[in-house]
Design a protein around this ligand. Structure first.
Ligand code: NAD
Length: 355
């Protein structure tokens, strides 16, 4: 029996209700696979500010650093929007990612067959989409120096160093080895020096993974191709700003923000979280969709703990739940046979996880 310590950060808004369902499913998987989980809760976001005066208490970093992985809900809400920038929940999250050194953001975009009609694209374009954006998270133009403003002139700098490109490329190639062994690296090498280095280094790393087929695409073309024919992609490897935009674009292929998980990983502890925020408009009503968070728990099992069988069980349970027509309110208009509450959805998936 393998025992894992999981740091749990529920956060604000719908965070607590969606995390409770992910824990329900993890406990279900533990009852049938040879694993057990010990959870330790930590505060972050507005709730942490209310109690401690800091959106990211030191104790949260301590608990996270000694865990095997962090399962994260969502933070933020209007109540805290007028605080000084460093006290805001979002600043806590950025600081947290930096402290944990999570340099790679993994965002799968999967279109479930049962929900092809939920996408804003035609069903024949999106049916079967299953891709993964691997985005560099703590470098590039969002962090580069110099940056600043001088009156009517303002500037930011896109900087990447060889080691930064190497480490994100290795993450992408390792993931490609587990998937269909295809990577498309996205850059703007026809214009940017930094992209020329990016392309050069990615080519070099590719020689260490001879089984993986590497192609390159300019970011403007990639944005277009994602809408024209998203099925051509498997793993997309890209830098911070391009990945920010492309991963949001890719997420909309699937139809609901309530479905999509993400992982932020580095050399230490990874953070597994839904791509959506704290949805204050629906918090406490029991109508939020917990699938993105349950799916994030599955990514945690796969990428942090190497428990692929347990992750497969959860993915299959989600698929079956959707195939049988269970929907939370956000997906009520798409082939729903039964509308469930957040907690009912979690229970159904937990139930199918053990069957
Ligand atoms: P949001 O993602 O919270 O919500 C956008 C819309 O999607 C809302 O209508 C919401 O009801 C709906 N939605 C989101 N998740 C859902 C789910 N699981 N099930 C059903 N519907 C869902 O984005 P927002 O409204 O722009 O931001 C709200 C707060 O969340 C803000 O304070 C923002 O800063 C914060 N935020 C946090 C994170 C994070 O914690 N990682 C990410 C994005 C936004």
């Amino acid at each position: 029996m393998k025992n894992y310590n999981i740091a749990i950060i529920k956060g604000d808004g719908i965070g607590p209700e969606i995390i409770d369902e992910a824990i329900k499913v993890l406990d279900a998987v533990a009852s049938v696979e040879n694993v057990s989980f010990a959870y330790e809760e930590a505060l972050m976001g507005g709730c942490a500010y209310d109690i401690t005066g800091d959106p990211l208490p030191q104790e949260t970093i301590r608990i996270s650093m000694k865990s095997d992985a962090v399962l994260f809900g969502a933070i933020g809400g209007e109540k805290w929007d007028d605080l000084p920038r460093e006290k805001r929940p979002e600043s806590g999250l950025l600081r947290f990612r930096k402290e944990l050194g999570v340099f790679a953001n993994l965002r799968p975009a999967v279109v479930y067959d049962e929900l092809v009609n939920a996408s804003s694209l035609k069903p024949e374009i999106v049916k079967g989409v299953d891709l993964m954006v691997v985005r560099e998270l703590i470098g590039g133009i969002y962090f580069g120096e110099p940056k600043g403003r001088e009156g009517d002139k303002a500037y930011n700098t896109m900087v990447y160093t060889r080691p930064e490109i190497e480490r994100i490329a290795h993450v992408a190639f390792k993931i490609a080895m587990e998937r269909s062994k295809r990577i498309c690296s996205v850059d703007k090498a026809n214009v940017l020096d930094v992209s020329q280095l990016w392309r050069e280094v990615v080519e070099e790393i590719a020689t260490e993974y001879p089984e993986v087929e590497l192609t390159h695409m300019y970011v403007d073309n990639a944005a277009m191709q994602l809408i024209r024919d998203p099925k051509q992609f498997d793993v997309i490897l890209t830098g911070n700003i391009f990945g920010d935009i492309l991963s949001d674009e890719a997420s909309m292929l699937s139809g609901s923000i309530g479905l999509l998980p993400s992982a932020s990983v580095g050399s230490k502890i990874g953070v597994y979280e839904p791509i959506h925020g704290s949805a204050p408009d629906i918090a406490g009503q029991g109508i939020s969709n917990p699938i993105a968070t349950i799916s994030s728990a599955s990514m945690m099992l796969r990428y942090a703990l190497n428990e692929n069988a347990a992750a497969d069980r959860i993915d299959a349970a989600i698929q079956r739940t959707l195939a049988e027509g269970y929907r939370t309110k956000d997906l009520a208009n798409y082939d729903a046979k039964e509308i469930c509450s957040t907690s009912e959805m979690g229970s159904i998936i937990a139930n199918y996880t053990v069957k």
